[in-house]
Design a protein. Structure first.
Length: 277
């Protein structure tokens, strides 16, 4: 196995691993270590179908079934992202997958099925670095704050774009707003990560509306610095595996031809405890 870091902060390309073959314990452990070290890992020239995609994800944990099912998927655990004009549909905002869940997923494994001739890259940013580059005084302030995350905004965008047929009121009932710390401690590395996003975070608890209008956008904008990002250009057979606890991502909406992606989400692990502080 060869690991080629993309930047000093985030991202690595993994070579010498055939994901279509069931990995042994050593390979799984090495890939998990690479994920923790580089936050998002990429693979090229992989021959995966849905069945092998699911089997691979199960090597890293149980499957998480996202609440926001798309209109294109046949299997609950495989989210099908099928877009042609994606601008404004939600993924072109910095976000962490399904932060509106009470127990957000550990990670996401996304594979390319069909690409436009040009465009459709995905950018990734380190939530560790987003937190660490805050001024000391602001870090001290937000460390003790919580924020509310809600499925409503991404759900409305999916409905407007025709990507889901779910009922909004019923989905809101099943998935009410939840509260998460603004700064989450990663359960395996013990590092602190900023955990707010424009897609699902509605407000910070304990602040006035005006204070929220000032602080929440500032925190969300921490992910926009190229210094803490990497950018992945998809090719046929590409796979990306990222840690939702330490990463946000942004799907570049610069194409007008079909882009078809399949995503499997890995559930959180309640047994994990931080290894350092």
């Amino acid at each position: 196995m060869e690991i080629e870091p993309l930047t000093p902060t985030i991202g690595a390309v993994i070579r010498g691993v055939d994901l279509s073959v069931e990995p042994d314990e050593y390979t799984v452990a090495a890939l998990r270590r690479a994920l923790l070290d580089h936050l998002v890992i990429f693979f090229r020239d992989q021959d995966l179908d849905d069945e092998r995609h699911l089997a691979l994800a199960l090597k890293f944990g149980s499957l998480s079934v996202p609440p926001l099912a798309t209109a294109y998927q046949d299997t609950p655990a495989i989210t099908v992202l099928d877009q042609v004009n994606p601008k404004g549909e939600g993924a072109d905002q910095w976000h962490s997958d399904n932060s509106f869940m009470a127990h957000p997923p550990l990670g996401s494994m996304l594979r390319c099925v069909q690409l436009p001739r040009r465009g459709g890259d995905t950018c990734f940013a380190s939530a560790y670095a987003a937190y660490e580059t805050l001024p000391d005084s602001l870090r001290g302030f937000v460390d003790g704050l919580d924020a509310v995350h809600d499925i409503t905004l991404p759900m409305r965008k999916a409905l407007l774009a025709g990507h889901t047929s779910l009922d909004l009121a019923e989905t809101q009932k099943q998935w009410p707003p939840v509260t998460h710390p603004i700064v989450r401690v990663h359960p395996e590395t013990g590092r602190r990560a900023l955990y707010v996003n424009r897609n699902s975070t509605t407000h910070i608890l304990g602040l006035t509306e005006r204070q929220n209008e000032a602080l929440l956008p500032l925190l969300c904008d921490q992910f926009r610095s190229p210094d803490i990002q990497c950018r992945f250009r998809w090719e046929p057979g590409s796979v990306a595996f990222w840690d939702n606890r330490s990463v946000q991502h942004y799907a570049v909406a610069d194409y007008t031809e079909r882009r078809l992606m399949h995503r499997v989400t890995i559930d959180f692990d309640a047994n994990l405890t931080p290894t350092q502080t």
